[in-house]
Design a protein around this ligand. Structure first.
Ligand code: ADP
Length: 572
Protein backbone atom coordinates (compact mmCIF):
# COMPACT_ATOMS: atom_id res chain seq x y z
CA UNK A 1 0.00 0.00 0.00
CA UNK A 2 2.73 2.37 1.07
CA UNK A 3 4.75 1.21 -1.96
CA UNK A 4 1.89 1.93 -4.31
CA UNK A 5 1.39 5.39 -2.84
CA UNK A 6 5.10 6.25 -3.00
CA UNK A 7 5.17 5.05 -6.61
CA UNK A 8 2.11 7.16 -7.42
CA UNK A 9 3.77 10.13 -5.71
CA UNK A 10 6.96 9.49 -7.71
CA UNK A 11 5.06 9.33 -10.98
CA UNK A 12 3.09 12.43 -10.12
CA UNK A 13 6.31 14.21 -9.10
CA UNK A 14 7.96 13.07 -12.27
CA UNK A 15 5.14 14.52 -14.35
CA UNK A 16 5.03 17.82 -12.53
CA UNK A 17 8.82 18.24 -12.41
CA UNK A 18 8.93 17.39 -16.14
CA UNK A 19 6.40 20.14 -16.77
CA UNK A 20 8.33 22.45 -14.50
CA UNK A 21 11.52 21.75 -16.44
CA UNK A 22 9.69 22.53 -19.71
CA UNK A 23 8.38 25.74 -18.16
CA UNK A 24 11.87 26.65 -16.98
CA UNK A 25 13.30 26.09 -20.43
CA UNK A 26 10.51 28.21 -21.93
CA UNK A 27 11.13 30.96 -19.38
CA UNK A 28 14.87 30.92 -19.96
CA UNK A 29 14.16 31.13 -23.65
CA UNK A 30 11.90 34.14 -23.08
CA UNK A 31 14.65 35.85 -21.07
CA UNK A 32 17.14 35.01 -23.80
CA UNK A 33 14.75 36.49 -26.34
CA UNK A 34 14.39 39.68 -24.28
CA UNK A 35 18.17 39.88 -23.87
CA UNK A 36 18.68 39.28 -27.58
CA UNK A 37 16.11 41.95 -28.43
CA UNK A 38 17.90 44.39 -26.13
CA UNK A 39 21.23 43.65 -27.79
CA UNK A 40 19.82 44.02 -31.29
CA UNK A 41 18.06 47.24 -30.36
CA UNK A 42 21.27 48.66 -28.93
CA UNK A 43 23.26 47.79 -32.04
CA UNK A 44 24.11 50.73 -34.31
CA UNK A 45 23.09 49.00 -37.47
CA UNK A 46 21.17 45.95 -36.64
CA UNK A 47 20.00 45.24 -40.13
CA UNK A 48 23.49 45.00 -41.59
CA UNK A 49 24.92 43.11 -38.64
CA UNK A 50 21.89 40.93 -38.19
CA UNK A 51 23.50 37.61 -39.08
CA UNK A 52 26.64 38.34 -37.10
CA UNK A 53 24.59 39.30 -34.07
CA UNK A 54 22.51 36.18 -34.47
CA UNK A 55 25.60 33.99 -34.76
CA UNK A 56 27.21 35.57 -31.72
CA UNK A 57 24.12 35.37 -29.59
CA UNK A 58 23.51 31.79 -30.73
CA UNK A 59 27.00 30.87 -29.76
CA UNK A 60 26.93 32.57 -26.34
CA UNK A 61 23.45 31.41 -25.37
CA UNK A 62 23.84 28.00 -27.06
CA UNK A 63 20.51 28.37 -28.75
CA UNK A 64 19.26 29.14 -32.22
CA UNK A 65 18.72 32.88 -32.73
CA UNK A 66 16.88 34.28 -35.72
CA UNK A 67 16.36 37.95 -36.57
CA UNK A 68 13.37 38.77 -38.73
CA UNK A 69 12.29 42.16 -40.05
CA UNK A 70 8.79 43.50 -39.73
CA UNK A 71 7.69 41.93 -42.98
CA UNK A 72 8.93 38.50 -42.12
CA UNK A 73 12.17 38.45 -44.01
CA UNK A 74 14.95 36.60 -42.20
CA UNK A 75 17.87 38.95 -41.64
CA UNK A 76 20.10 36.66 -39.68
CA UNK A 77 20.20 33.19 -38.22
CA UNK A 78 22.69 31.55 -35.94
CA UNK A 79 22.41 28.27 -37.75
CA UNK A 80 22.42 29.52 -41.37
CA UNK A 81 24.74 31.74 -43.31
CA UNK A 82 25.16 33.31 -46.74
CA UNK A 83 23.15 31.66 -49.45
CA UNK A 84 21.17 29.46 -47.24
CA UNK A 85 20.03 32.55 -45.42
CA UNK A 86 19.11 34.27 -48.65
CA UNK A 87 17.03 31.33 -49.75
CA UNK A 88 15.01 31.19 -46.58
CA UNK A 89 11.33 31.68 -47.08
CA UNK A 90 9.48 34.54 -45.51
CA UNK A 91 8.81 33.92 -41.80
CA UNK A 92 5.87 36.24 -41.39
CA UNK A 93 3.47 33.27 -41.30
CA UNK A 94 5.33 31.52 -38.50
CA UNK A 95 2.92 31.58 -35.55
CA UNK A 96 5.43 32.93 -32.96
CA UNK A 97 6.59 35.68 -35.39
CA UNK A 98 3.04 36.64 -36.25
CA UNK A 99 2.17 36.77 -32.57
CA UNK A 100 5.28 38.81 -31.68
CA UNK A 101 4.64 41.27 -34.49
CA UNK A 102 1.03 41.59 -33.41
CA UNK A 103 1.29 41.68 -29.62
CA UNK A 104 4.99 41.97 -28.72
CA UNK A 105 5.76 38.33 -27.90
CA UNK A 106 4.81 34.80 -28.93
CA UNK A 107 5.82 31.24 -28.69
CA UNK A 108 5.18 27.96 -30.42
CA UNK A 109 6.27 24.38 -30.46
CA UNK A 110 6.54 22.81 -33.85
CA UNK A 111 8.78 21.20 -36.39
CA UNK A 112 11.37 23.43 -37.93
CA UNK A 113 11.17 23.36 -41.71
CA UNK A 114 14.72 24.68 -41.80
CA UNK A 115 16.37 22.30 -39.38
CA UNK A 116 13.90 19.44 -39.74
CA UNK A 117 13.66 19.12 -35.96
CA UNK A 118 10.96 19.68 -33.29
CA UNK A 119 11.70 23.04 -31.72
CA UNK A 120 10.42 25.37 -29.02
CA UNK A 121 10.29 28.92 -30.37
CA UNK A 122 9.98 32.19 -28.47
CA UNK A 123 9.80 35.49 -30.33
CA UNK A 124 10.01 39.12 -29.12
CA UNK A 125 9.82 42.46 -30.86
CA UNK A 126 13.24 44.12 -31.05
CA UNK A 127 11.58 47.21 -29.76
CA UNK A 128 8.62 46.28 -27.65
CA UNK A 129 6.95 49.54 -28.59
CA UNK A 130 7.67 49.39 -32.31
CA UNK A 131 6.88 46.38 -34.46
CA UNK A 132 8.60 47.99 -37.42
CA UNK A 133 12.00 47.19 -35.96
CA UNK A 134 11.43 43.49 -36.43
CA UNK A 135 11.49 40.44 -34.22
CA UNK A 136 14.12 38.39 -32.44
CA UNK A 137 13.32 34.70 -32.25
CA UNK A 138 15.13 32.18 -30.13
CA UNK A 139 14.65 28.44 -30.28
CA UNK A 140 15.88 25.25 -28.70
CA UNK A 141 15.25 21.80 -29.99
CA UNK A 142 12.62 19.98 -27.97
CA UNK A 143 15.20 17.23 -27.45
CA UNK A 144 16.84 19.67 -25.04
CA UNK A 145 13.72 19.79 -22.99
CA UNK A 146 13.45 16.04 -23.11
CA UNK A 147 17.06 15.67 -22.08
CA UNK A 148 16.55 17.97 -19.10
CA UNK A 149 13.48 16.00 -18.22
CA UNK A 150 15.36 12.74 -18.59
CA UNK A 151 18.07 14.00 -16.31
CA UNK A 152 15.64 14.46 -13.45
CA UNK A 153 13.78 11.25 -14.24
CA UNK A 154 16.56 8.89 -13.12
CA UNK A 155 17.14 10.22 -9.58
CA UNK A 156 13.39 10.60 -9.19
CA UNK A 157 12.65 7.06 -10.23
CA UNK A 158 15.52 5.79 -8.08
CA UNK A 159 14.09 7.68 -5.13
CA UNK A 160 10.62 6.28 -5.86
CA UNK A 161 12.00 2.79 -6.16
CA UNK A 162 14.01 3.19 -2.98
CA UNK A 163 11.01 4.44 -1.06
CA UNK A 164 9.03 1.56 -2.54
CA UNK A 165 11.64 -0.85 -1.23
CA UNK A 166 11.78 0.75 2.20
CA UNK A 167 7.99 0.82 2.36
CA UNK A 168 7.82 -2.82 1.36
CA UNK A 169 10.42 -3.86 3.94
CA UNK A 170 8.80 -1.80 6.67
CA UNK A 171 5.37 -3.11 5.69
CA UNK A 172 6.59 -6.67 5.84
CA UNK A 173 8.13 -6.12 9.25
CA UNK A 174 4.98 -4.55 10.68
CA UNK A 175 2.73 -7.12 8.98
CA UNK A 176 4.82 -9.96 10.35
CA UNK A 177 4.56 -8.59 13.89
CA UNK A 178 0.82 -8.02 13.47
CA UNK A 179 0.31 -11.44 11.96
CA UNK A 180 2.31 -13.04 14.78
CA UNK A 181 0.18 -11.41 17.46
CA UNK A 182 -3.06 -12.19 15.62
CA UNK A 183 -1.91 -15.77 15.13
CA UNK A 184 -1.22 -16.10 18.86
CA UNK A 185 -4.71 -14.80 19.56
CA UNK A 186 -6.30 -17.21 17.09
CA UNK A 187 -4.35 -20.07 18.74
CA UNK A 188 -5.73 -19.02 22.11
CA UNK A 189 -9.26 -18.94 20.62
CA UNK A 190 -8.79 -22.49 19.30
CA UNK A 191 -7.54 -23.60 22.72
CA UNK A 192 -10.64 -22.15 24.40
CA UNK A 193 -12.86 -23.79 21.79
CA UNK A 194 -11.01 -27.04 22.51
CA UNK A 195 -12.05 -26.88 26.15
CA UNK A 196 -9.14 -25.11 27.86
CA UNK A 197 -11.21 -22.20 29.13
CA UNK A 198 -8.26 -20.92 31.18
CA UNK A 199 -6.28 -19.99 28.01
CA UNK A 200 -5.83 -16.22 27.59
CA UNK A 201 -4.26 -13.83 25.05
CA UNK A 202 -1.22 -11.78 26.19
CA UNK A 203 -2.03 -8.21 25.18
CA UNK A 204 1.05 -5.91 25.20
CA UNK A 205 1.17 -2.27 24.17
CA UNK A 206 -1.60 0.17 23.54
CA UNK A 207 -2.46 -0.41 19.89
CA UNK A 208 -5.66 -1.83 18.41
CA UNK A 209 -4.45 -5.40 18.64
CA UNK A 210 -3.71 -4.99 22.34
CA UNK A 211 -7.22 -3.56 22.78
CA UNK A 212 -8.59 -6.48 20.79
CA UNK A 213 -6.58 -8.86 23.02
CA UNK A 214 -7.99 -7.29 26.17
CA UNK A 215 -11.57 -7.48 24.81
CA UNK A 216 -10.87 -11.06 23.82
CA UNK A 217 -9.72 -11.88 27.38
CA UNK A 218 -12.78 -10.20 28.87
CA UNK A 219 -14.95 -12.27 26.56
CA UNK A 220 -13.05 -15.43 27.57
CA UNK A 221 -13.54 -14.55 31.27
CA UNK A 222 -17.26 -14.15 30.75
CA UNK A 223 -17.42 -17.33 28.72
CA UNK A 224 -15.56 -19.16 31.46
CA UNK A 225 -17.93 -17.80 34.09
CA UNK A 226 -21.01 -18.72 32.06
CA UNK A 227 -19.67 -22.19 31.34
CA UNK A 228 -18.91 -22.91 34.98
CA UNK A 229 -22.34 -21.57 35.94
CA UNK A 230 -23.93 -23.81 33.33
CA UNK A 231 -21.97 -26.86 34.41
CA UNK A 232 -22.76 -26.12 38.08
CA UNK A 233 -26.45 -25.88 37.24
CA UNK A 234 -26.25 -29.04 35.18
CA UNK A 235 -24.48 -30.91 37.98
CA UNK A 236 -27.08 -29.70 40.44
CA UNK A 237 -29.83 -30.88 38.13
CA UNK A 238 -28.19 -34.25 37.54
CA UNK A 239 -27.50 -34.57 41.29
CA UNK A 240 -31.11 -33.75 42.04
CA UNK A 241 -32.37 -36.21 39.44
CA UNK A 242 -30.05 -38.91 40.73
CA UNK A 243 -31.34 -38.58 44.26
CA UNK A 244 -34.90 -39.08 43.04
CA UNK A 245 -36.63 -42.37 43.68
CA UNK A 246 -38.57 -41.96 40.46
CA UNK A 247 -36.99 -42.86 37.15
CA UNK A 248 -36.72 -39.81 34.88
CA UNK A 249 -36.18 -39.98 31.13
CA UNK A 250 -35.74 -36.97 28.85
CA UNK A 251 -35.76 -37.45 25.07
CA UNK A 252 -35.41 -35.15 22.09
CA UNK A 253 -38.11 -34.67 19.46
CA UNK A 254 -37.07 -37.82 17.61
CA UNK A 255 -37.30 -39.92 20.75
CA UNK A 256 -33.58 -40.30 21.40
CA UNK A 257 -32.44 -40.19 25.00
CA UNK A 258 -30.93 -36.91 26.20
CA UNK A 259 -30.86 -37.69 29.89
CA UNK A 260 -31.76 -40.58 32.18
CA UNK A 261 -31.27 -40.62 35.94
CA UNK A 262 -29.89 -43.42 38.11
CA UNK A 263 -33.32 -44.55 39.22
CA UNK A 264 -34.26 -45.06 35.56
CA UNK A 265 -31.13 -47.16 35.00
CA UNK A 266 -31.92 -49.19 38.12
CA UNK A 267 -35.60 -49.73 37.32
CA UNK A 268 -34.98 -50.79 33.73
CA UNK A 269 -31.60 -52.46 34.42
CA UNK A 270 -30.08 -50.24 31.70
CA UNK A 271 -26.32 -49.83 31.42
CA UNK A 272 -25.10 -46.27 30.87
CA UNK A 273 -24.23 -44.33 28.78
CA UNK A 274 -27.75 -44.05 27.40
CA UNK A 275 -27.45 -40.68 25.66
CA UNK A 276 -28.39 -40.90 21.98
CA UNK A 277 -30.01 -44.32 22.27
CA UNK A 278 -33.63 -45.08 21.52
CA UNK A 279 -35.54 -46.24 24.61
CA UNK A 280 -35.88 -49.74 23.16
CA UNK A 281 -32.10 -49.92 22.76
CA UNK A 282 -31.54 -48.73 26.33
CA UNK A 283 -33.87 -51.32 27.84
CA UNK A 284 -35.52 -54.18 26.00
CA UNK A 285 -38.99 -53.13 27.08
CA UNK A 286 -41.38 -52.44 24.18
CA UNK A 287 -43.83 -50.75 26.58
CA UNK A 288 -41.14 -48.17 27.40
CA UNK A 289 -40.71 -47.32 23.72
CA UNK A 290 -44.49 -47.07 23.35
CA UNK A 291 -44.70 -44.77 26.37
CA UNK A 292 -42.08 -42.39 24.92
CA UNK A 293 -43.84 -42.40 21.54
CA UNK A 294 -47.14 -41.70 23.26
CA UNK A 295 -45.55 -38.82 25.16
CA UNK A 296 -44.14 -37.35 21.92
CA UNK A 297 -47.43 -37.61 20.05
CA UNK A 298 -49.70 -36.68 22.96
CA UNK A 299 -51.08 -33.21 23.51
CA UNK A 300 -51.25 -33.02 27.25
CA UNK A 301 -49.91 -34.93 30.20
CA UNK A 302 -50.94 -38.58 30.34
CA UNK A 303 -50.32 -41.60 32.53
CA UNK A 304 -49.99 -45.27 31.84
CA UNK A 305 -49.07 -48.44 33.60
CA UNK A 306 -46.11 -50.56 32.54
CA UNK A 307 -45.59 -54.10 33.73
CA UNK A 308 -41.99 -55.31 33.71
CA UNK A 309 -41.99 -59.09 33.51
CA UNK A 310 -39.26 -61.01 35.27
CA UNK A 311 -38.68 -63.22 38.26
CA UNK A 312 -40.18 -60.43 40.32
CA UNK A 313 -42.80 -58.66 38.29
CA UNK A 314 -42.62 -54.88 38.57
CA UNK A 315 -45.52 -52.51 38.05
CA UNK A 316 -44.59 -48.97 37.03
CA UNK A 317 -46.73 -45.87 36.75
CA UNK A 318 -45.48 -43.61 33.94
CA UNK A 319 -46.31 -39.90 33.71
CA UNK A 320 -45.83 -38.64 30.16
CA UNK A 321 -45.38 -35.03 29.10
CA UNK A 322 -44.30 -33.66 25.75
CA UNK A 323 -42.12 -30.55 25.55
CA UNK A 324 -43.39 -28.10 22.99
CA UNK A 325 -41.83 -25.07 21.36
CA UNK A 326 -44.00 -23.00 19.03
CA UNK A 327 -46.45 -25.88 18.60
CA UNK A 328 -43.77 -28.40 17.55
CA UNK A 329 -42.77 -31.21 19.85
CA UNK A 330 -39.08 -30.94 20.69
CA UNK A 331 -38.91 -33.62 23.35
CA UNK A 332 -40.62 -35.64 26.03
CA UNK A 333 -40.24 -36.24 29.74
CA UNK A 334 -41.34 -39.54 31.21
CA UNK A 335 -41.32 -40.12 34.97
CA UNK A 336 -41.62 -43.68 36.25
CA UNK A 337 -42.72 -44.55 39.78
CA UNK A 338 -42.37 -48.03 41.07
CA UNK A 339 -45.87 -49.06 42.06
CA UNK A 340 -44.99 -52.70 42.76
CA UNK A 341 -45.17 -52.24 46.55
CA UNK A 342 -48.31 -50.18 46.26
CA UNK A 343 -49.94 -52.82 44.09
CA UNK A 344 -48.81 -55.50 46.51
CA UNK A 345 -50.25 -53.55 49.42
CA UNK A 346 -53.49 -53.06 47.53
CA UNK A 347 -53.64 -56.78 46.90
CA UNK A 348 -52.88 -57.51 50.55
CA UNK A 349 -55.61 -55.12 51.61
CA UNK A 350 -58.11 -56.70 49.24
CA UNK A 351 -57.17 -60.16 50.42
CA UNK A 352 -57.30 -58.99 54.01
CA UNK A 353 -60.85 -57.70 53.63
CA UNK A 354 -61.85 -60.93 51.87
CA UNK A 355 -60.11 -62.99 54.56
CA UNK A 356 -61.64 -61.09 57.46
CA UNK A 357 -65.11 -61.43 55.93
CA UNK A 358 -64.51 -65.11 55.36
CA UNK A 359 -63.12 -65.72 58.85
CA UNK A 360 -66.00 -63.87 60.48
CA UNK A 361 -68.64 -65.57 58.38
CA UNK A 362 -67.69 -69.10 59.36
CA UNK A 363 -68.36 -68.79 63.12
CA UNK A 364 -71.31 -66.46 62.50
CA UNK A 365 -72.93 -68.97 60.15
CA UNK A 366 -72.40 -71.70 62.71
CA UNK A 367 -73.82 -69.62 65.56
CA UNK A 368 -76.81 -68.61 63.47
CA UNK A 369 -77.43 -72.17 62.29
CA UNK A 370 -77.33 -73.66 65.77
CA UNK A 371 -79.40 -70.80 67.27
CA UNK A 372 -82.07 -71.31 64.57
CA UNK A 373 -82.10 -75.05 65.17
CA UNK A 374 -82.59 -74.39 68.89
CA UNK A 375 -85.35 -71.90 68.20
CA UNK A 376 -87.08 -74.31 65.83
CA UNK A 377 -87.63 -76.93 68.50
CA UNK A 378 -84.34 -78.40 69.53
CA UNK A 379 -84.78 -76.52 72.80
CA UNK A 380 -87.13 -79.23 73.88
CA UNK A 381 -84.40 -81.83 73.62
CA UNK A 382 -82.42 -80.96 76.75
CA UNK A 383 -79.49 -83.20 75.79
CA UNK A 384 -78.94 -81.40 72.53
CA UNK A 385 -79.53 -77.99 74.04
CA UNK A 386 -76.27 -78.30 75.94
CA UNK A 387 -74.43 -79.65 72.92
CA UNK A 388 -75.70 -76.82 70.71
CA UNK A 389 -75.00 -74.21 73.34
CA UNK A 390 -71.44 -75.52 73.57
CA UNK A 391 -70.96 -75.18 69.81
CA UNK A 392 -72.42 -71.69 69.85
CA UNK A 393 -70.17 -70.81 72.76
CA UNK A 394 -67.09 -72.20 71.00
CA UNK A 395 -67.78 -70.23 67.83
CA UNK A 396 -68.57 -67.09 69.79
CA UNK A 397 -65.19 -67.41 71.51
CA UNK A 398 -63.51 -67.93 68.21
CA UNK A 399 -65.22 -64.81 66.91
CA UNK A 400 -64.07 -62.94 69.98
CA UNK A 401 -60.51 -64.21 69.61
CA UNK A 402 -60.53 -63.19 65.98
CA UNK A 403 -61.78 -59.72 66.71
CA UNK A 404 -59.37 -59.28 69.58
CA UNK A 405 -56.44 -60.38 67.39
CA UNK A 406 -57.56 -58.01 64.65
CA UNK A 407 -57.85 -55.12 67.06
CA UNK A 408 -54.51 -56.02 68.57
CA UNK A 409 -52.85 -56.15 65.17
CA UNK A 410 -54.33 -52.88 64.00
CA UNK A 411 -53.35 -51.07 67.18
CA UNK A 412 -49.77 -52.39 66.90
CA UNK A 413 -49.66 -51.40 63.26
CA UNK A 414 -50.89 -47.92 63.94
CA UNK A 415 -48.35 -47.59 66.75
CA UNK A 416 -51.17 -47.10 69.25
CA UNK A 417 -50.42 -50.02 71.50
CA UNK A 418 -48.25 -48.65 74.27
CA UNK A 419 -44.88 -50.33 74.44
CA UNK A 420 -42.98 -50.23 77.65
CA UNK A 421 -39.58 -51.23 76.34
CA UNK A 422 -37.12 -51.63 79.21
CA UNK A 423 -34.39 -53.91 80.51
CA UNK A 424 -36.18 -57.21 81.02
CA UNK A 425 -35.03 -60.43 82.60
CA UNK A 426 -35.86 -63.36 80.36
CA UNK A 427 -36.02 -65.71 83.40
CA UNK A 428 -39.12 -63.97 84.75
CA UNK A 429 -40.75 -63.93 81.32
CA UNK A 430 -40.01 -67.58 80.73
CA UNK A 431 -41.36 -68.76 84.09
CA UNK A 432 -44.62 -66.92 83.38
CA UNK A 433 -44.86 -68.41 79.86
CA UNK A 434 -43.94 -71.89 81.11
CA UNK A 435 -46.77 -71.84 83.65
CA UNK A 436 -49.26 -71.19 80.90
CA UNK A 437 -47.89 -73.65 78.34
CA UNK A 438 -47.12 -76.65 80.61
CA UNK A 439 -50.79 -77.78 80.82
CA UNK A 440 -51.12 -77.75 77.00
CA UNK A 441 -47.88 -79.71 76.63
CA UNK A 442 -49.03 -82.22 79.23
CA UNK A 443 -52.34 -82.63 77.48
CA UNK A 444 -50.53 -83.75 74.33
CA UNK A 445 -48.06 -85.84 76.27
CA UNK A 446 -45.23 -83.74 74.84
CA UNK A 447 -42.05 -82.78 76.66
CA UNK A 448 -40.96 -79.19 77.14
CA UNK A 449 -37.29 -78.33 77.64
CA UNK A 450 -36.46 -74.85 78.80
CA UNK A 451 -32.85 -73.75 78.79
CA UNK A 452 -32.04 -70.19 79.77
CA UNK A 453 -28.50 -69.71 81.20
CA UNK A 454 -28.49 -67.93 84.53
CA UNK A 455 -25.78 -65.61 83.21
CA UNK A 456 -27.98 -64.45 80.33
CA UNK A 457 -27.92 -60.66 80.17
CA UNK A 458 -31.12 -58.71 80.32
CA UNK A 459 -32.68 -57.70 77.06
CA UNK A 460 -34.63 -54.65 75.91
CA UNK A 461 -38.30 -55.51 75.47
CA UNK A 462 -41.82 -54.89 76.77
CA UNK A 463 -42.29 -57.65 79.34
CA UNK A 464 -45.98 -58.39 78.70
CA UNK A 465 -45.62 -58.19 74.93
CA UNK A 466 -42.66 -60.55 75.01
CA UNK A 467 -44.81 -63.01 77.03
CA UNK A 468 -47.52 -62.66 74.37
CA UNK A 469 -45.04 -63.38 71.54
CA UNK A 470 -43.54 -66.43 73.27
CA UNK A 471 -46.96 -67.88 74.13
CA UNK A 472 -47.97 -67.43 70.52
CA UNK A 473 -44.92 -69.30 69.26
CA UNK A 474 -45.12 -72.04 71.93
CA UNK A 475 -48.85 -72.45 71.37
CA UNK A 476 -48.18 -73.01 67.65
CA UNK A 477 -45.35 -75.43 68.50
CA UNK A 478 -47.70 -77.48 70.67
CA UNK A 479 -50.47 -77.33 68.07
CA UNK A 480 -48.30 -78.41 65.15
CA UNK A 481 -46.32 -81.10 66.97
CA UNK A 482 -47.83 -84.54 67.31
CA UNK A 483 -48.29 -86.18 70.69
CA UNK A 484 -45.10 -87.10 72.51
CA UNK A 485 -43.12 -84.65 70.51
CA UNK A 486 -40.61 -82.24 72.00
CA UNK A 487 -40.83 -78.48 72.44
CA UNK A 488 -37.75 -76.46 73.35
CA UNK A 489 -37.34 -72.93 74.62
CA UNK A 490 -33.71 -71.99 74.64
CA UNK A 491 -31.85 -68.67 74.88
CA UNK A 492 -28.27 -67.47 74.50
CA UNK A 493 -26.35 -64.21 74.26
CA UNK A 494 -24.92 -63.00 70.95
CA UNK A 495 -22.97 -59.89 70.00
CA UNK A 496 -24.91 -57.18 71.80
CA UNK A 497 -27.99 -59.29 71.39
CA UNK A 498 -30.06 -61.97 73.10
CA UNK A 499 -31.31 -64.81 70.90
CA UNK A 500 -34.35 -66.89 71.83
CA UNK A 501 -35.23 -70.10 69.96
CA UNK A 502 -38.62 -71.80 70.08
CA UNK A 503 -38.05 -75.21 68.55
CA UNK A 504 -40.35 -78.17 68.00
CA UNK A 505 -40.20 -81.60 66.46
CA UNK A 506 -43.50 -81.09 64.68
CA UNK A 507 -44.84 -81.32 61.15
CA UNK A 508 -42.75 -78.45 59.84
CA UNK A 509 -43.67 -75.89 57.20
CA UNK A 510 -43.28 -76.53 53.46
CA UNK A 511 -40.48 -74.34 51.96
CA UNK A 512 -42.90 -72.63 49.55
CA UNK A 513 -45.04 -71.43 52.45
CA UNK A 514 -42.16 -70.17 54.61
CA UNK A 515 -41.87 -66.70 53.00
CA UNK A 516 -45.57 -66.02 53.61
CA UNK A 517 -45.91 -67.49 57.05
CA UNK A 518 -45.97 -64.10 58.80
CA UNK A 519 -48.76 -62.76 56.58
CA UNK A 520 -52.15 -62.21 58.11
CA UNK A 521 -54.53 -65.16 57.78
CA UNK A 522 -51.88 -67.21 56.07
CA UNK A 523 -52.17 -70.83 56.91
CA UNK A 524 -50.38 -73.80 55.46
CA UNK A 525 -53.40 -76.05 55.53
CA UNK A 526 -56.49 -73.95 55.89
CA UNK A 527 -59.06 -76.55 56.96
CA UNK A 528 -56.80 -78.38 59.40
CA UNK A 529 -55.27 -75.26 60.91
CA UNK A 530 -58.70 -73.79 61.45
CA UNK A 531 -59.71 -76.95 63.21
CA UNK A 532 -56.78 -76.31 65.51
CA UNK A 533 -58.60 -73.13 66.49
CA UNK A 534 -56.06 -70.65 65.15
CA UNK A 535 -57.03 -67.30 63.67
CA UNK A 536 -54.13 -67.17 61.23
CA UNK A 537 -53.09 -63.91 62.89
CA UNK A 538 -50.77 -65.22 65.62
CA UNK A 539 -47.51 -65.00 63.69
CA UNK A 540 -48.45 -61.66 62.12
CA UNK A 541 -49.00 -60.28 65.61
CA UNK A 542 -45.78 -61.87 66.89
CA UNK A 543 -43.78 -60.31 64.07
CA UNK A 544 -45.29 -56.87 64.48
CA UNK A 545 -44.81 -56.90 68.23
CA UNK A 546 -41.20 -58.07 67.98
CA UNK A 547 -40.37 -55.39 65.44
CA UNK A 548 -42.17 -52.72 67.46
CA UNK A 549 -39.89 -53.62 70.38
CA UNK A 550 -36.79 -53.29 68.22
CA UNK A 551 -36.24 -56.99 67.72
CA UNK A 552 -36.55 -59.34 64.75
CA UNK A 553 -38.10 -62.72 64.07
CA UNK A 554 -36.95 -65.46 61.73
CA UNK A 555 -38.01 -68.99 60.89
CA UNK A 556 -36.31 -72.19 59.73
CA UNK A 557 -38.28 -75.32 59.14
CA UNK A 558 -37.90 -78.79 57.75
CA UNK A 559 -41.05 -80.62 56.77
CA UNK A 560 -41.82 -83.61 58.99
CA UNK A 561 -38.88 -82.83 61.29
CA UNK A 562 -39.71 -79.61 63.02
CA UNK A 563 -39.63 -75.85 63.07
CA UNK A 564 -37.48 -73.22 64.77
CA UNK A 565 -38.61 -69.64 65.37
CA UNK A 566 -35.74 -67.38 66.31
CA UNK A 567 -36.23 -64.08 68.11
CA UNK A 568 -33.44 -61.54 68.41
CA UNK A 569 -33.53 -58.63 70.85
CA UNK A 570 -30.97 -56.00 71.67
CA UNK A 571 -29.20 -56.39 75.02
CA UNK A 572 -30.17 -53.93 77.69
P1 ADP B 1 -52.73 -69.71 63.63
O1 ADP B 1 -53.41 -68.84 64.59
O2 ADP B 1 -53.62 -70.30 62.60
O3 ADP B 1 -51.80 -70.65 64.24
P2 ADP B 1 -50.36 -68.31 62.95
O4 ADP B 1 -50.20 -66.96 62.31
O5 ADP B 1 -49.90 -68.43 64.33
O6 ADP B 1 -51.89 -68.70 62.79
O7 ADP B 1 -49.64 -69.36 62.06
C1 ADP B 1 -49.83 -69.37 60.69
C2 ADP B 1 -49.63 -70.72 60.09
O8 ADP B 1 -48.26 -71.09 60.18
C3 ADP B 1 -50.34 -71.82 60.83
O9 ADP B 1 -51.64 -71.95 60.42
C4 ADP B 1 -49.50 -73.01 60.47
O10 ADP B 1 -49.87 -73.53 59.26
C5 ADP B 1 -48.11 -72.47 60.35
N1 ADP B 1 -47.34 -72.68 61.61
C6 ADP B 1 -47.12 -71.78 62.60
N2 ADP B 1 -46.29 -72.29 63.54
C7 ADP B 1 -45.96 -73.53 63.14
C8 ADP B 1 -45.15 -74.59 63.69
N3 ADP B 1 -44.48 -74.46 64.85
N4 ADP B 1 -45.03 -75.75 62.99
C9 ADP B 1 -45.70 -75.91 61.83
N5 ADP B 1 -46.48 -74.94 61.24
C10 ADP B 1 -46.64 -73.77 61.91
Amino acid sequence: MAGVSSLTAGLFLHGSIGRHVADQVAERLTQDAILAADLVRSDANPEANADAIADRLGEVLAIRVTLVDSRGKVLGDSELNGDALGQLENHAARPEIREALGSGGGSSTRRSATLAEDMLYVARRVDPADPARGVVRVAVPLTEVSRAQREIRIPLLTAALLSLLVAWALGRLVARRLAGRLEAMSKTASEIAGGNTAARALPTGRDEIATLGRSFNRMADQLDERLSLLSRERNQLVGLLDTMVEGVLLTDGSGRILLANRAFERIFAATPPLRGLRPLEAARVPALQEAVEAALSGDGPATREIVLPGPEEKVLGASLVSIRENSTTVGAVVVFHDMTELKKLEKVRREFVANVSHELRTPLTAIRGYAETLRDGALLDSGRVREFADVIHRHARRLQALIEDLLDLSSIEQGQSRMDVAATSLHEVVSQVEAMIRPLVAEKKQSLHVSVPSSLPRLRADRDRLVQVLINLLDNAVKFTPEEGTIMLQANAGQGRVIINVRDTGIGIPPEDLPRIFERFYRVDRSRDRREGGTGLGLAIAKHLTQAMGGSIDVQSSQGRGTNFQLTFPRA
